[in-house]
Design a protein around this ligand. Sequence first.
Ligand SMILES: NC(=O)c1ccc[n+]([C@@H]2O[C@H](COP(=O)([O-])OP(=O)(O)OC[C@H]3O[C@@H](n4cnc5c(N)ncnc54)[C@H](O)[C@@H]3O)[C@@H](O)[C@H]2O)c1
Length: 276
Amino acid sequence: MEAHSLLKGKRGIIFGALDENSIAWKVALRAHEEGATFVLSNSPVALRKKDIFELAKETESQVIAADITEVSELEDLFEESMLLLGGKIDFILHSVGMSPNVRKNIPYPELDYDYLIKTLDVSAISLHKVLAVANKIDALSEWGSVVTLSYIASQRVFSSYSDMAHAKSMLESIVRQFGYHYGISKKVRINSISQSPTRTTAGAGVSGFNAFFNYADAMSPLGNADSQSCADMCMFLFSDMSRMMTMQNLFNDGGFSSMGISNKLIEQYIDCGCGE
Ligand SMILES: NC(=O)c1ccc[n+]([C@@H]2O[C@H](COP(=O)([O-])OP(=O)(O)OC[C@H]3O[C@@H](n4cnc5c(N)ncnc54)[C@H](O)[C@@H]3O)[C@@H](O)[C@H]2O)c1
């Protein structure tokens, strides 16, 4: 998509670019095209993969390590980012998720509760921590925009999504709750994008991911939304074009969330002879 300088002069922090498949990676490339300057952040473990430094080079950005669950590391990240970028932060992408229960394929009725707490901390409470730190040190500009990534399993059952569903429900709730408080105090906007299944490291960690992907693709009138379209939507949400939108969970899913069944799936079901 052609760039329109939508983010010219805006400063940001982008969490969660691991490799070129990451949603955050596509967002960083688009934000650079749209004229933003930003810091890339990921956990020290993720930085060992080194891909993020190629992205930094390509987007003329700096990389700062931070475990997103550690408040003191977030404080340092915000202070350093404001120094590097020369002022307050205008936009944040929170594109972070991880569940040890999903990774280890533990059946939902047998969830490990220590892992569950880790899932919630990394995938949901981390958004609260990011916002709380920004609020405390007044790091966000008025009318700043924060976007996080969610999935429709926050509202409906996707059998193998397990405790990540709880994390996404909590994440969307934090979007609303903090959206109220930060909206009142600083006009900061907070929204989530509920994204189609997308082939990334986190996506591939969910058991049966190909079925998630193919089923959603067959169900959605526009097909699955890819990460590029998600990045385009982020440009709109970070920009002043969406300045009165806040506390929303917005679907970037090709229409999936409004569907019951599609002709494509009916035909597949008839073809397999299973319904006869
Ligand atoms: N891929 C999908 O199908 C899909 C669909 C809907 C929503 N999402 C959401 O999109 C977001 C981004 O995931 P992705 O699909 O691009 O996969 P990804 O694996 O590329 O990104 C996940 C990121 O989280 C980071 N992370 C994990 N623990 C961290 C920690 N303690 N501190 C800092 N960073 C940490 C990882 O290093 C990685 O960069 C996640 O919230 C995910 O749930 C993904």
